[in-house]
Design a protein around this ligand. Sequence first.
Ligand SMILES: [Zn+2]
Length: 128
Amino acid sequence: MEDLSVKGLVQNTDLSKHIADASWSRFVQFLEYKAKLYGRILIKVDTFFPSSKLCSVCGFKKEDLKLSEREWECPVCKAKHDRDYNATLNLLREGLTHLKRVVGVDCSELMPVEGTFVPCEAGSSSIH
Ligand SMILES: [Zn+2]
């Protein structure tokens, strides 16, 4: 998951009500609890990881991506991105990189497929 800076987001008047409504901190606490309960690993990707700005296909970083831009096209590889889905792919890849460092499991083939995840063959260390 993305380790969001809730304090910073609440200062953004456009987002503050939504963040407060979602009780983000409590959600994270529940997620940590459930992960621990079921022996799963919850990986928080750094707040400053540019998940929305990176092209999930070629890695180009779109520095000038505005919050209002929900879709964008990579000027390098011409891939068309839905902002949130692209960010999800980047967060997944970054999380898997962390996972490999933490437990030595390579789940690089784990990719979202039609809204679900294809589990990797990593035995008890796999994530679902
Ligand atoms: Zn690209």
